[in-house]
Design a protein around this ligand. Structure first.
Ligand SMILES: NC(=O)c1ccc[n+]([C@@H]2O[C@H](COP(=O)([O-])OP(=O)(O)OC[C@H]3O[C@@H](n4cnc5c(N)ncnc54)[C@H](OP(=O)(O)O)[C@@H]3O)[C@@H](O)[C@H]2O)c1
Length: 229
């Protein structure tokens, strides 16, 4: 296809990321993904051949992200679409009962992980004044609920970080915080328990979400967007 894109996607091993990877590849785009789980990356690697590429990378580790970005950009050039999808959630608890380790982990992945990916991929995009950056936010980046305070804090941060980034980009690019909706993934099951089953599964979600994401253009720069069925 003529408008085939190079898509860099964090958190490709499960949930929304895995479903987006499949759909994007089906539609002829090149997907370059990462996750921490070796089994998840092996599964992707064995079923999705070059030019697709999947690597074990912890986005919270700046050196790992740096090495990954250098290698990816050398192989495939700057991404046309950068999807900062990887995230985690604290085990449900009032803020004062969240352990320091659990709090750190949510901040390290959901905020610092996104910043690490931006740090190492965006310069190559800015150099070409081209590309779309989608940072996965949440309904909980624009509202709150009890027991997910650390997660809400990170997603509100993503809204702010992304709005600021949008003001820094050259014409021809866009950065947007995206609320994907409510989807039955491991992350949602952690928050909602069995109630997560009332929501669409990632594969179903990807049918309407991927076309929506592919339709994001420079005119959307700085807008807080939401995927709706
Ligand atoms: N599901 C929902 O209803 C919902 C609602 C609003 C927003 N969101 C947002 O949508 C995005 C995807 O969520 P999801 O529901 O698909 O979550 P999920 O099912 O828990 O999947 C999370 C993905 O992120 C990866 N990941 C986690 N920590 C990582 C790290 N340090 N480095 C690299 N990869 C990492 C995981 O892979 P590994 O375990 O292999 O590392 C996995 O592939 C997140 O940003 C989430 O906040 C989801």
């Amino acid at each position: 296809m003529s408008d085939a894109k190079v898509v860099v996607l964090t958190g490709a091993t499960r949930g929304l990321g895995r479903a987006m990877a499949s759909r994007l590849m089906e539609e002829g785009h090149t997907v370059i993904g990462c996750g921490r789980s070796l089994s998840g990356i092996k599964e992707l690697d064995s079923s999705c051949k070059s030019p697709h590429r999947f690597d074990c990378v912890d986005v919270a580790n700046d050196s790992q992200v740096s090495a990954w970005a250098q290698s990816v950009i050398a192989q495939s050039g700057p991404p046309d679409l950068l999807l900062n999808n990887a995230a985690t959630v604290n085990p449900n608890a009032p803020v004062w009962e969240v352990s320091a380790d659990d709090f750190d982990s949510v901040i390290d992945v959901n905020i610092k992980g996104v910043a690490n990916v931006l740090r190492h991929f965006v310069p190559s995009m800015v150099e070409q004044a081209s590309g779309i950056i989608v940072n996965f936010s949440s309904g909980w980046g624009r509202s709150t609920s009890p027991e997910v305070g650390p997660y809400c804090a990170t997603k509100w941060a993503i809204e702010g970080l992304t709005q600021s980034l949008a003001q820094e980009l050259p014409d021809g690019m866009a950065a947007i915080p995206l609320n994907p909706g409510i989807i039955n993934t491991e992350l949602l099951q952690s928050c909602f328990g069995s109630g997560a089953a009332h929501y669409p599964d990632p594969e179903e979600w990807s049918h309407y979400a991927v076309p929506y994401i592919l339709g994001i253009h420079p005119g959307h720069n700085g807008q807080s967007l939401s995927v709706t069925p």
